[in-house]
Design a protein around this ligand. Structure first.
Ligand code: NAG
Ligand code: NAG
Ligand code: FE2
Length: 443
């Protein structure tokens, strides 16, 4: 029954969206490479039994715990995870909670969330959800450098998404970071399930840390005024652990990096909860323990693409100075379906103590690429290209990290942009500037 519903929803959805794919003219970057068009949606159906876990994904909770999230069609499955360090041998187990939600005529399966641990760093654990069904495994991140992050925005669930994910999976990494726009379900709830199944082979093996994009909102006047129903139920992040009151923004620490997951679609003005939380969170950071400070958000603050111009501007005006004074190393955004890297910037001006800004909304969603950039490249924009792909931030030690952008190239990837980053923490001149600005504030 659920399957039939899913298929009919899916067909309806395809009819609506196939006709609305954007037309592609005027490629901006002059290059011999011909821009690939959007590719069709991949609908991933449910092939396990009603009580078996599906859509399994994991996320970091605190220093040494992991949240395992999954869905069962059957309401009576226990929210229990059994785990251990060798296959089939589960020496530990933990129980948790489950929830479900309605969206018009759709009722979700049981959504289970179980936190397991303490876990050892850089260790592979084998696990099973709900007491039966398939075994999964994940590797915990390292406790010290080096650590490698994969960064992909605006993922969606098309053949391009599948291509991006296969490139991501082909080379090892520790933690997956997603700056918003996950499933592109756009209120068609069965597409959240399909997305969960599509990403399971990746999201059940490495922690996926996500923040929301506009496609997560799914408000409906009067009936669902607050939105984020599916997103908050399915993609529960460790916001409470960082003192946040909302799943829409939080922070976490892993191997010497403090990561801010900001909310472009939560209030951000100076009197908002998010702003106050961010101020307190930044004040709590000890750069001798987490020398790297990274932020993710959805709508970019810097963008020279013609798509979504100015949409991140009010958030930039509200929060940029906080991030600048805190000496954030890099800010990753999505939303614009293209790749663009800026130099270090503060207030629209190149500034050696500002963060590097990167737009990486090119995971492969159904809307296709944002092909048109402003004719004249702003001087602060270093590299821009409308192609699907993914990014990798490899943090070698407390001073050096390497960023690379991997363009999808059929069955292979191609590193089209790369740069070495030196941490703000290790920059004498920027740290002195911090001292100065602190003293000024105190005077
Ligand atoms: C940090 O890593 C970079 C890149 O591998 C290397 O060149 C540098 O010497 C390292 N610094 C320290 C202090 O280990
Ligand atoms: C694709 O890969 C081939 C072989 O490595 C390379 O020569 C070509 O430049 C790549 N094209 C793009 C667009 O990345
Ligand atoms: Fe978006």
């Amino acid at each position: 029954m659920e399957k039939l519903m899913s298929i009919s929803h899916f067909l309806l959805f395809s009819l609506i969206t196939l006709s609305s794919f954007p037309q592609h003219h005027h490629a901006a970057a002059s290059s011999e490479y011909s821009r690939p068009p959007p590719r069709p949606l991949v609908f991933t159906s449910h092939s396990r039994s009603e009580s078996d876990s599906q859509q399994v994904h994991i996320s970091l909770v605190g220093k040494d715990h992991m949240r395992v999230s999954w869905i069962t069609s059957n309401k009576h499955t226990e929210s229990k995870v059994e785990y251990g360090k060798s296959p089939g041998n589960y020496e530990a187990s933990a129980t948790g909670e489950h929830t479900s939600y309605h969206y018009f005529f759709y009722r979700s399966g049981e959504i289970h969330h179980v936190v397991i641990g303490p876990l050892e760093p850089s260790t592979t654990y084998y696990y099973r959800c709900g007491g039966s069904g398939p075994e999964f495994s994940f590797r915990t991140p390292p406790s010290t450098f080096p650590i490698e992050f994969v960064v992909v925005g605006d993922l969606g669930q098309t053949e391009w998404t599948a291509s991006t994910l296969s490139h991501v999976g082909a080379k090892d990494y520790d933690v997956f970071l997603l700056p918003g726009d996950l499933s592109y379900a756009d209120t068609q709830q069965p597409l959240w399930d399909s997305f969960g199944r599509l990403v399971e082979p990746y999201a059940s093996r490495r922690p996926w840390m996500v923040t929301e994009g506009n496609h997560e909102i799914e408000t409906f006047p009067i009936i669902y005024p607050h939105g984020f129903k599916a997103y908050n139920s399915r993609w529960l992040m460790p916001y409470e652990q960082s003192g946040s009151k909302s799943n829409l923004y939080y922070s976490f620490e892993v191997a010497g990096a403090h990561i801010l997951m900001l909310g472009s679609y939560a209030d951000f003005d100076a009197d908002s909860d998010q702003y106050k939380w961010l101020e307190a969170d930044l004040a709590s950071i000890d750069r001798t323990k987490t020398p790297w400070l990274i932020a993710l958000l959805h709508a970019p603050w810097y963008n020279s693409n013609d798509a979504h111009k100015g949409e991140g501007e009010s958030m930039r005006k509200a929060m940029e100075e906080l991030l600048y004074k805190a000496r954030v190393d890099a800010v990753f955004a999505g939303h614009v379906h293209a790749y663009e890297r800026f130099t270090r910037v503060f207030d629209n001006t190149a500034d050696p103590c500002g963060p590097v800004y990167v737009t990486i909304g090119d995971g492969g969603n159904r809307e296709g690429l944002a092909l048109s950039f402003e004719k004249t490249k702003p001087s602060i924009s270093v590299y821009r290209e409308p192609s699907f792909g993914h990014g990798r931030l490899r943090v070698f030690n407390e001073t050096h990290a390497h960023w690379s952008w991997h363009r999808n190239n059929e069955s292979d990837t191609f590193v089209a942009d790369e740069v070495w980053l030196q941490s703000m923490y290790s920059s004498d001149s920027c740290n002195k500037a911090t001292q100065r600005s602190i003293q000024r504030d105190e005077l």
